[in-house]
Design a binder for this molecule. Structure first.
Ligand SMILES: C[S@@+](CC[C@H](N)C(=O)[O-])C[C@H]1O[C@@H](n2cnc3c(N)ncnc32)[C@H](O)[C@@H]1O
Length: 270
């Protein structure tokens, strides 16, 4: 299939946004367009007009297309050295406040990050009423997340002290039921939907890599507003917030950003 021109892309993006609320203009273009063309080849469509018709007119095809565009690669305790830093934060700063921890796993994919969080919370504060709000734009990833089953790749790093939370299976690992009680799931588009408030911890890792800088900046400001004063944002190991001071975040450790108790309020970014 021949690569479309700019006008064809923009027309496609506009129609797609009208139907789904998802604005492809906010995603990094090279990566996105390469993926869309690859999917077009898999569907053996002859030209871009045929692909547009297919995904705009057929709801099943649209779901298939979106499921594949959202890259769901994930694993339990991804970057274990950073999870050790998170454990210290949970133990020394979040648990001592004496109530259940309110967290958000934003762009949770099939749930590996959210169940890792649940295991850490339970280890340091067992049985408390912790709440982990798990969201993703991809509904089939969320359906998978509810099951709490992980394949061998996703379950390759389970630190020994967390063994009791995961039962080994023939093809990976399964979460014990007690962790599931902490989690709730919701389909949510970080670029368009409203955010919650008063979180102690927001974990958003390896999601914003797909977005252009303006979109990332907007999301970081909205995360800032969604945290309680003294709350933390934990991001991915290839990510950084260069203008953290401008937003109001302190960065006590790489990949961890804290909203100080003296807060700024961001208008137009709630
Ligand atoms: C690579 S996975 C990251 C999973 C997990 N956070 C981790 O680090 O292991 C990226 C996830 O971001 C989700 N995503 C992409 N665009 C999104 C958007 N606009 N709003 C919410 N989630 C989005 C994808 O569906 C995918 O599940």
């Amino acid at each position: 299939m021949q690569a479309p021109n700019d006008i064809q892309w923009l027309t496609f993006y506009r129609k797609f946004r009208e139907q789904t609320g998802i604005d492809f203009n906010l995603y990094k273009q090279n990566q996105l367009q390469r993926q869309i063309l690859m999917l077009a080849d898999q569907r053996r469509v002859e030209d871009f007009e045929a692909l547009s018709r297919l995904v705009l007119d057929n709801r099943d095809e649209q779901v298939w297309f979106l499921d594949r565009l959202a890259i769901n690669v994930t694993e339990l305790f991804r970057n274990p050295e950073l999870w050790r830093d998170l454990e210290k934060l949970v133990k020394n700063e979040l648990v001592p406040q004496g109530r259940g921890i309110k967290a958000w796993s934003a762009g949770c994919s099939v749930g590996a990050e959210a169940y890792s969080l649940a295991a850490v919370f339970d280890k340091f504060s067992p049985g408390k009423f912790h709440k982990i709000h798990c969201t993703d734009i991809d509904s089939s990833a969320l359906e998978q997340a509810k099951k709490g089953h992980f394949n061998r790749m996703e379950a390759r790093i389970i630190p020994q002290e967390f063994d009791k939370y995961f039962v080994q299976t023939d093809d990976g690992a399964e979460v014990v039921p007690q962790l599931k009680n902490y989690l709730t799931f919701q389909k949510h588009n970080l670029l368009a939907d409203p955010y919650g408030s008063n979180y102690d911890l927001i974990v958003c890792r390896n999601v914003l890599i797909y977005f252009v800088d303006e979109a990332k900046d907007q999301i970081f400001r909205r995360f800032y507003n969604a945290l309680r004063p003294g709350g933390y944002l934990f991001i991915g190991s290839s990510e950084r917030i260069f203008n953290n001071r401008d937003i109001g975040f302190e960065c006590p450790k790489p990949y961890f950003y804290m909203k100080p108790c003296e807060e700024k309020v961001w208008q137009n970014a709630s």
